[in-house]
Design a protein around this ligand. Structure first.
Ligand SMILES: Cc1ncc(COP(=O)(O)O)c(C=O)c1O
Length: 385
């Protein structure tokens, strides 16, 4: 278990932030790196051509450690939507074949597939919210020869449902179905292994569980797609980009997934910030983070026992996610009421979504549990049906 790390963050006393799935707070040291990076451009004569690559390579190498893949397989992109669009632009889809998505899947992992399906005279096949909370079984039974691509998350963002991607990956391979993943709600807080899952593409935005800045994401590109088409044709992706004095046109790209990097990936402010954040996460360890955050959620849940919350067993839900829904919760205006008291959670679908991190303490989540209980009992008149 990781002891509470609140001192590393700028979270004032009186604020209980339980909303990492919305946006993580940036660590003080990370913000410092970002500010220093931004200020480098005040003296551009100190920025050398090699600097356009050094930090991007460092970020690639750090991010690869979450996927358990070589740095070569990682592309640096601005958002999850960008990475998914890249996948949609590169994965072949036979006419009429279907693309599998989940009900209430995050829009960035929906719209690119909707467009591709329409263009391909195909259709989306949507896996309905499973009544028993078992997304894995629901996905496995929806995979068949009609499906060409499965576009899925590891953790379902409104319910916290966990998908067994190793089993789903194996089923996809057996049926010749491509697998594109959005790991934004899991990478950095829940273990992932590309070798076990073998996806074709897997993207994660950096501003949530990777604790990095906004407008940055990383994408794993399986080696078999690394000769594909990037979304942008930037000079920085080409094989000769390191020699600023001779950027004559060439068809050759840099090696590995680098051809998929976004233009101007060498962002002098966001790169060092993201690297510092990821280094700290790696230092804590993803398993350890997952255990720590999972234990915080269990504490909170114990406090809420009297409410009879419906919650799926741990194998079906992500430990870092608690989506609370019962006939007494959420009450009308509960999230706003809590925010007025300095307690920050989200309302997603019909659930209160609670997503702590290592800056939260056991005492804090227990206090929130007690407060939720009070509100649920007191506001009985405003109970949802
Ligand atoms: C599952 C999931 N994917 C992606 C994103 C962010 O997408 P983008 O980077 O395209 O803004 C979010 C943000 O809430 C998310 O929950």
């Amino acid at each position: 278990m990781i002891p509470c790390q609140r001192d590393l963050f700028d979270i004032p006393e009186g604020v209980t932030y339980l909303n990492c799935a919305y946006m993580s707070p940036m660590m003080r040291a990370v913000a410092h790196e970002g500010r220093a990076g931004l200020e480098r451009k005040m003296q551009p004569w100190k920025i050398r051509p090699a600097d356009f690559f050094t930090q991007s390579e460092e970020l690639r190498a750090c991010a690869a450690r979450f996927f358990l893949c070589p740095a070569d397989d990682i592309a640096i992109v601005p958002s999850a939507s960008y990475g998914i669009q890249m996948a949609a632009g590169n994965l072949p889809l036979a006419p009429g074949k279907k693309i599998l998505v989940l009900e209430e899947q995050f829009p960035s992992n929906f719209y690119p597939w909707q467009r591709l399906a329409r263009r391909n005279s195909g259709a989306l096949r949507t896996v309905a919210l499973p009544a028993d909370g078992d997304w894995t079984s629901a996905v496995l039974s929806a995979l068949n020869n009609d499906v060409g691509i499965a576009a899925l998350p590891h953790v379902h963002w409104t319910t916290g449902g966990l998908l067994d991607l190793t089993r789903i990956g194996a089923a996809c391979r057996e049926l010749g179905i491509a697998l594109a993943l959005d790991l934004t709600q899991s990478l950095g807080v829940y273990p992932f292994d590309v070798n076990a899952v073998q996806p074709d593409f897997a993207v994660a935005a950096a501003y949530k569980w990777l604790m990095g800045p906004y407008s940055l994401a990383v994408t794993y590109v399986a080696p078999k797609w690394q000769q594909g088409f990037p979304l942008e044709e930037s000079w920085l992706q080409r094989a000769n980009a390191r020699d600023f004095s001779d950027l004559r046109y060439t068809d050759a790209y840099m090696t590995g997934a680098r051809r998929f990097d976004m233009g101007e990936h060498s962002n002098f402010a966001t790169m060092p910030a993201a690297i510092a954040a990821i280094r700290q996460l790696l230092d804590w360890g993803v398993h350890e983070i997952s255990e720590t955050v999972g234990a915080l959620n269990r504490h909170l849940l114990q406090r809420l026992e009297p409410l009879g919350i419906q919650i799926w067993p741990e194998r079906l839900r992500a430990p870092h996610y608690l989506c609370l829904r019962s006939d007494r919760l959420p009450t009308a205006g509960m999230v706003e009421k809590l925010a007025a008291e300095g307690i920050y959670v989200s309302l997603r679908g019909a659930s209160i979504r609670i997503t702590p991190h290592v800056y939260n303490s056991v005492e804090e989540v227990e206090r929130v549990g007690d407060r939720l209980l009070e509100l649920a009992v007191k506001d009985k008149s405003g109970l949802r049906a």
